[in-house]
Design a protein around this ligand. Structure first.
Ligand code: GRF
Length: 211
């Protein structure tokens, strides 16, 4: 059983999708061991606490500088040594050191079809606003491994969602969460936890044979 750390900053609906998937055995080979929130008011913390998952708060504002914040984050993770780190709406960029320490063990969910609407400045509702402004007919979500460049790591799974003429950034965000994010994040986690993912160059290969 793989130990999972989930990093959050907000509502935690993706964390909830992971919790539900562990309960209903869509995730069979992983267990959420800890949740780290960068925001003490994040509802994600409530979601974790009601499942008796241990929680940590690492609020960037309460540190003298970014280095100290990064060190604390790394220390908590090192002390718990998870097999997998999931960024589920975590709003901070991870340090090179952390990414190196957990090389190919960190995954992120991004609410667009990468490489569209991603990278610097593309976070939160902004991603969907840009998609609406550009008039795309499909958008979606992507789960990918994390490397040192924002939204650039090897792609594990993507799911598309249709954009309708009457969609707003808000309605698109909701649709993408419900139809894509909450489906593909648990799937990617289960694949990782059952050792089904192999990375070669920048491509992820999924072993779909049933054991
Ligand atoms: C999601 O849209 C996720 O893709 C993005 O941040 C949002 C987090 O939502 N990275 P939640 O906290 O999981 O509800």
């Amino acid at each position: 059983m793989k130990k999972i750390a989930v990093l959050v900053s907000g509502n935690g609906s993706n964390l909830q999708a992971l919790i539900n998937s562990c309960k209903n055995k869509k995730i069979k080979n992983g267990k959420i061991d800890l949740v780290i929130s960068s925001n003490e008011k994040a509802f994600a913390l409530e979601r974790a606490k009601r499942e008796h998952i241990k929680t940590f708060i690492v609020n960037k504002k309460s540190f003298e500088n970014t280095n100290k914040f990064n060190n604390e984050l790394l220390n908590i993770l090192k002390q718990n040594e998870p097999d997998l780190v999931v960024l589920a709406g975590f709003i901070h960029i991870l340090s090179k050191q952390l990414i190196e320490h957990f090389k190919n063990k960190i995954i992120n969910i991004h609410p667009s079809l990468i490489p569209a609407f991603c990278g610097k400045g593309y976070f939160g509702i902004n991603v969907h606003q840009k998609a609406i402004e550009r008039g795309v007919k499909i958008s979606g979500a992507t789960v990918h491994f994390v490397n040192e460049i924002a939204d650039d790591g090897p792609i594990i799974i993507q799911k598309s969602v249709e954009v309708n003429p009457n969609d707003t950034a808000q309605s698109l965000q909701k649709k993408i969460m419900e139809q894509a994010e909450w489906v593909i994040l648990p799937q990617a986690v289960e694949w990782f936890c059952s050792d089904k993912l192999k990375i070669k160059n920048k491509t992820v290969y999924i072993d779909r044979m049933e054991n």
